[in-house]
Design a protein around this ligand. Structure first.
Ligand code: DAH
Length: 339
């Protein structure tokens, strides 16, 4: 009997079990009611009393080895199958929660759609740019403060590459590669070296518009702005243009809309003025047209640029810029029903 047990122990150490089927056969052969171990225990009764101690010990070793082998093979088979034990593979899948559009994407698309209806088509440009497209072509004097290291993120010095600080660089890209008439809208991300706070961020989003043709006037600009403001906010929105300065437009203006919270009556949001600023605009400076190879005697144009975060703040009251890039699902979920 001892020899029989030893033979089975030898067999166990050379055994290789690869599949669930082989494991089940092993269990039936060794561990079931009619298996080898229980038949050994039946035989044990007839073992002479003086051998019982030795044979009993050997049987226990065998029994433990069998149990250990069974458990360890079972565990490793389950692990290699991604542990689906106990899972009902036929159950219906849990519903995957619907994601939501980011508020900045919603607003950017709405701005573009309004301008699309006026015949503006989308133009895109690179975020990593050179000095000429971001500054020089747009009439920035060499010592203009916006070129300062404090505002601009430089990427390399030779060639001089930087992260664009505004989408106006896309104007230049289009003007140097297309002939008028040009009617484009350029959405995109821009970068400035600012300390991050509720009101400033090192990246944000702008939408730029440019219209160049023969006889484009300030009246066209004004009418386009009024249409945009009334489509974006509501039909009663009024606009106001204040003289301003940008290197690439002459004359330049900033546009306010009547406060869409108090309707122009005055509230804390509009600092009791009834107006809120939303964008910069102007007639394209003839120097800019010439820099880009467009005859400024024949053509004129207007341009405008706005911050998508600013418009989103007005539409949805998101006043802390940091919320836009934190990816907090509780914030994003609030825009579930927005189109
Ligand atoms: N580029 C300006 C900025 O980043 C915004 C702007 C103002 C764009 C006037 C224009 C414009 O096209 O005409 O602040």
């Amino acid at each position: 009997m001892k020899q029989k047990i030893q033979k089975l122990l030898d067999e166990l150490s050379g055994l290789s079990i690869q599949t669930h089927e082989e494991l089940e056969n092993f269990r039936l052969r060794f561990m079931s009611k009619k298996g080898l171990i229980s038949s050994l225990f039946s035989e044990f009764k007839s073992v002479p009393a003086e051998e019982k101690k030795d044979v009993g010990a050997a049987m226990n070793v065998l029994k433990n080895r069998v149990a250990e082998l069974y458990e360890s093979v079972k565990r490793s088979l389950e692990q290699s199958e991604g542990d689906t034990s106990g899972e009902d593979l036929t159950r219906t899948a849990y519903p995957i929660p619907m994601g939501t559009r980011h508020p900045l994407s919603l607003v950017r698309e709405e701005i573009c759609r309004i301008f699309n209806r006026l015949g503006f088509s989308i133009a895109l440009g690179p975020e990593i740019e050179d000095d000429w497209h971001v500054f020089e072509s747009l009439n920035f004097a060499d010592d203009h403060p916006a070129r300062d290291m404090q505002d601009t993120f430089f990427v390399s010095t030779s060639p001089e590459l930087l992260l664009r600080t505004h989408t106006s660089s896309v104007q230049t890209r289009v003007m140097t590669s297309q002939k008028p008439p040009i009617r484009i809208i350029c959405p995109g991300r821009v970068y400035r070296n600012e300390a991050i706070s509720a009101r400033a961020h090192c990246f944000f989003h702008q939408v730029e518009a440019l219209y160049i043709d023969e006889n484009v006037t300030f009246a066209d600009l004004r009418q386009t702005l009024l249409f945009f403001a009334q489509e974006m906010f509501d039909a009663n929105t009024r606009i106001r243009l204040r003289p301003s300065y940008f290197p690439f437009t002459e004359p330049s203006a900033e546009m306010d809309i009547s406060c869409n919270i108090c309707g122009g009556e005055g509230c804390s949001f509009c600092k009791h003025t009834g107006w809120v600023e939303i964008l910069g605009c102007g007639m394209v400076d003839p120097n800019v047209l010439e820099n880009c190879g467009i005859d400024s005697k024949k053509y004129s144009g207007f341009a405008l640029g706005m911050g998508v975060e600013r418009i989103t703040n007005l539409k949805y009251r998101v006043s802390d810029l940091r919320l836009f890039s934190e990816n907090d699902k509780r914030f994003l979920k609030q825009f579930e029903s927005a189109k």
